[in-house]
Ligand binder design. Structure first.
Ligand code: DLL
Length: 434
């Protein structure tokens, strides 16, 4: 039920006391060991002694992804290299990659965070864990691997690739848990169907899906097609990897491991701290990390926090499903659009495969949006009229949700690319013209 009940269910007062102590210690360490932090704090006239409690957090400077790029590769490390036992790197989809380092204790904290997530999903040492996140510099594979092993599960380190083989392994080894991106979970289901394997032939009870935004509709789709309970897991390389936050059986937001990470929501434009419950950019401060402890790191992820009582008994604050990164948010003719809004509409309507691509362009100084939507093999044989009806229905629903017009193009089954990692839902051709 809980990996560490005492901590996960502690009172807010106890949590604040622990966070305050750990924050003060971390600030002292980074001031002494990371030149960038010393310089920024000196510029603001803030000394480590000024940071005594969580309330003092706002006195500290923000850290941006650009800072990590400017100090690439090891400039933000707070311990000598001999203390670092592992490196990981970000996938680098939005620019130059960044490198992060872990001490032995950091790896221990990380596997603990993931063990909490797995326990909240109902896993025990009797379960078999199929890990289909990529191993390597990406944090998904080794991160959940460490947590599952710590919990005593039987870990099957499959990594990505060779989907048919993965399905045979799932069936033959009798895996009861799986972790991968939600888009890969759907691809597994699709391939299983093609191989003529029914979900009753596999024993999966639950899956931990994350590393990319996904909707409630997508959750239902995955649960239905794979016959399991689908739980969300969140994290980012810069903070630790998967396990920063995890869903419990309530499936209504992810508990943030607040004894290791202090979270704030800010207005992304002004940097002002917003009250709990507001939508804004999520900012994390690491308070136990040794190798790579970031303070007030701007994630660009847009989410809402809530400390409402959770039926699972955990007291850690919850973050609602992030809508996506502010970097992924498209501004089309002045309107903010997240690809996840389109996903929601498509899956609610049904009849299409959950594969789509938003193609944005600029024609005569006006933004255009085309949404390519893949139809299911069943629909492929439908009449032209019924396909036209379907396309019209999608157009109407998308336009009323987004508030802008869009061209809908239905494309053949399996014509949009499948992914083993993070799905790509946007092709922004405007960048090519800039
Ligand atoms: O994606 C770590 C991870 C691995 C998380 C496996 C969960 C499971 P990065 O490659 O650094 O790290 O990407 C981090 O992915 O800032 C979010 O924008 C997005 N992201 C991660 N988890 C979720 C989620 C890993 N559950 C970036 N929902 C983050 C929405 C997510 N977005």
């Amino acid at each position: 039920m809980y990996w560490n009940k005492e901590v996960e269910c502690c009172s807010l007062d106890a949590l604040r006391a622990l966070q305050s102590y750990r924050l003060a210690q971390t600030v002292k360490r980074v001031y002494e060991n990371v030149p960038l932090y010393r310089q920024r704090m000196d510029e603001l006239g803030v000394k480590p002694e000024d940071i005594r409690s969580v309330d003092d957090l706002k006195k500290l400077p923000f850290t941006y992804k650009q800072d990590l790029r400017d100090t690439y590769p090891y400039g933000m490390f707070a311990v000598p290299m001999k203390e670092i036992v592992r490196l990981h790197a970000s996938s680098g989809t939005t620019g130059k990659q960044i490198v992060v380092g872990y001490t032995r204790n950091d790896l221990d904290v990380w596997s603990d965070c993931c063990a909490r997530a797995l326990t909240a999903a109902g896993a025990t040492k009797h379960d078999l864990m199929h890990v289909s996140y990529g191993y390597g510099l990406f944090t998904g594979g080794l991160g959940l691997h460490g947590g599952a092993e710590k919990l005593g599960m039987t870990v099957i380190p499959v990594s990505t690739g060779n989907t048919a083989r993965q399905i045979n392994i799932l069936r033959d080894f009798g895996s009861t848990f799986i972790c991968c991106t939600p888009s890969y979970a759907l691809f597994l289901a699709e391939t299983m169907k093609e191989m003529g394997i029914d979900k009753s032939e596999i024993k999966l009870k639950a899956g931990l899906f994350g590393a990319e935004p996904w909707t409630e509709e997508m959750r239902r789709e995955i649960e239905d097609k794979l016959g399991l309970k689908a739980l969300d897991i969140y994290g980012l390389t810069e903070i630790i990897g998967p396990g920063v936050a995890f869903e419990c059986e309530e499936q209504n937001g992810m508990h943030i491991n607040e004894d290791h990470f202090i979270v704030e929501t800010i207005d992304p434009d002004t940097g002002e701290v917003l009250p709990e419950g507001s939508q804004g950019e999520t900012v994390f401060s690491c308070i136990t990390k040794e190798g790579f402890p970031l303070l007030r790191y701007r994630t660009r992820d847009i989410a809402v926090l809530s400390r409402e009582k959770c039926s699972c008994g955990r007291t850690f604050i919850k973050m609602k499903k992030p809508a996506g990164r502010s970097d992924d948010m498209l501004i089309i003719r002045g309107v903010n659009v997240f690809p996840s809004q389109v996903e929601s509409v498509l899956l609610q309507l049904g009849n299409t495969a959950p594969y789509y691509l938003l193609v944005v362009d600029r024609v005569n100084n006006t933004d255009t949006l085309e949404i390519k939507v893949e139809i299911t093999p069943e629909m492929f044989s439908d009449t032209v009229k019924s396909l036209e009806d379907q396309s019209r229905a999608i157009k109407q629903a998308v336009e009323s949700t987004l508030g802008i017009s869009a061209k809908i193009t239905l494309v053949e089954p399996k014509s949009l690319p499948r992914t083993e990692g993070k799905a790509v839902h946007v092709q922004d051709n405007r960048k090519l013209h800039d």
